[in-house]
Design a protein around this ligand. Structure first.
Ligand SMILES: [Mg+2]
Length: 197
């Protein structure tokens, strides 16, 4: 079973191979490999992995900068691989979409839980963002319906309940949603209400 699609980025090819093997043995799909930050950005766009395991110190562009760009553009989380001497970069990493960092040498014992947690967390964040957007949409729709009801009350001198009932009835007659009818009213400032009043 595929547990997740991962991209591995490190300028040391032997370490890259090691990590790739560990991931594959644990059931992950390694969809891309890169040896610098610039290539990582390009491949992230092409393959859209679930997670990136990326070295910090690399030629052309370092891992922190690449992680930040990748997250901003494609919403993909990163685990950084680092050495003890790179504390400045780690501080920088806090601002990027970093789901953890591992200190070299990388062992299976450290890598696997970090990968599992990062993928799980990223999925939860995404689903949370999805629900938030859904909620926002519903609230916007409710606001539109309220405004449309206000227009009906004004234009046809209806009380609130009557205006709302008029919209409901119109919905049922025309097989439209409340939101569609509200949009129609907001746009035209009227409704063909003769049939429903
Ligand atoms: Mg390196």
């Amino acid at each position: 079973m595929n547990k997740g699609r991962i991209m591995v980025v490190d300028d040391e090819s032997i370490l890259r191979m090691d990590i790739k093997e560990m991931l594959q043995e644990a059931g992950y799909d390694v969809v891309a490999e890169a040896n610098n930050g610039e290539a990582a950005i390009e491949l992230a766009a092409q393959h859209v992995p679930d997670l990136i395991v990326m070295d910090v110190k690399m030629p052309k562009m370092n891992g922190v900068k690449a992680a930040r760009i990748i997250n901003r553009s494609f919403d993909i989380p990163t685990i950084l691989l680092t050495a003890y001497t790179e504390e400045e970069l780690i501080a920088e990493a806090r601002e990027a979409f970093i789901f953890g960092y591992l200190v070299k040498p990388i062992t299976e014992r450290d890598l696997m839980p970090a990968v599992e947690v990062a993928i799980g967390q990223a999925r939860r964040v995404k689903s949370l963002m999805g629900s938030l957007k859904e909620m926002e949409k519903k609230m916007e729709s409710r606001k539109r319906i309220e405004r449309a009801k206000g227009i009906l009350m004004d234009v046809y001198q209806l009380n609130e309940e009557r205006a709302y009932q008029t919209m409901r009835t119109y919905c049922m007659n025309t097989r439209k949603t409340m939101d569609e009818v509200a949009n129609h009213i907001l746009h035209n400032r009227k409704l063909d209400v003769q049939s429903v009043l």
